[in-house]
Design a protein around this ligand. Sequence first.
Ligand code: ARG
Length: 401
Amino acid sequence: MVNGKVVLAYSGGLDTSVAIKWLQEKYNLEVVTLAVDLGQPGDMGAIKQKALDIGAKESYVTDTKEEFVKNFILPSLKANALYEGEYPLATALARPLIAKHLVEVAKKSDADFVAHGSTGKGNDQVRFEVSVASLDPSIKVIAPIREWSMTRDEAMEYAEEHGISVPTTKKSPYSVDENLWGRSCECGALEDPWEEPPEEAYSWTKSPIEVSDKAEFIEIDFIKGEPVGLNGQQMDTVSLIKELNKLGGAYGVGRIDMVENRLVGIKSREIYECPAAIILIKAHKELEALTLERDLSHFKSLLEHKYAELIYYGQWFSPLKKALDSFFEKTQEKVAGTVRIKLYKGSVAIVGRKSEESLYDRSLATYEAADSFSHESAKGFIELFGLPLKVWASRERKGNG
Ligand code: ARG
């Protein structure tokens, strides 16, 4: 007698493959798998078949690349979202989307449970479970890998006993997560924050030392804060991101090596490769510098920090996150134009920017004869900022005297 149905987020790897059998044996559940295509490498057809071979009742594959870009990556680009100022949140952005699809398949299949392959130490378990709870509090979540106490060898043994094909290549020491917005890599030699990451830990980017000595110049067009073209050619955003990952990777662009604060309280060392994200965020910020009014720009940057933190903490479906999205959307009305970028030996430099909405006025900025700025009125600023300080200073002197 089965006790119901579970929808398992399936990657095709050892852990989630073992989880199919384990959910059947331990919980007596019928298992439906869902593999989500977020632009990561891998043969989705083969993954679908593998789940069925292991004994999944049903095996779904969903291509979410467009949805991921439109509803997750672009809002986060508009917010220039970087956790702790560095990490473009590729893994964190994908989790609420996977959770949303798990919940949809659960509803469609009449399943009471969903399951994910996260461990008990990371952020992803929280992101999955908080997202599922926000979308449908009646669905229960099982986390097989967190619950079982199998080592990798035991998992391999379990797989062999149950006729699940096990990886034949030597296990990489790294834990890797990939999607369109970037590649996250941890464990192995990276666990020592004093050690420089070995070259083999990188996969999307060439070493900046190895790449060509020539610089590559590119131009990206934006409308309402969204990238719409590359080098004068209109492009859908999925293709544009793929192209920038390739191009940036070839110039050694997009490597990040950081120690970060996990939401579960642990500090961890991780490396990221995010050529497209780094290029796009930098270009987008630059266009904002040209087109956003000063107060709006300063206030927006305060909220960007909070927004990145919310995404990292798994609060994608929270009311605050939604409200911030409306704010950011409003700020993007005039963020349109073109940014010229130089890729050179691992660096991304903005070398030009132009916009019909530009607030830059050369006649105000110039130090040449064409200057139209009223130097007389500058005295007003000295009064404005100087007066309170004068009052304060004279008080201080009295106090000290
Ligand atoms: N530290 C990143 C985050 O919490 C990535 C986590 C997944 N990384 C991995 N290598 N499996 O968003």
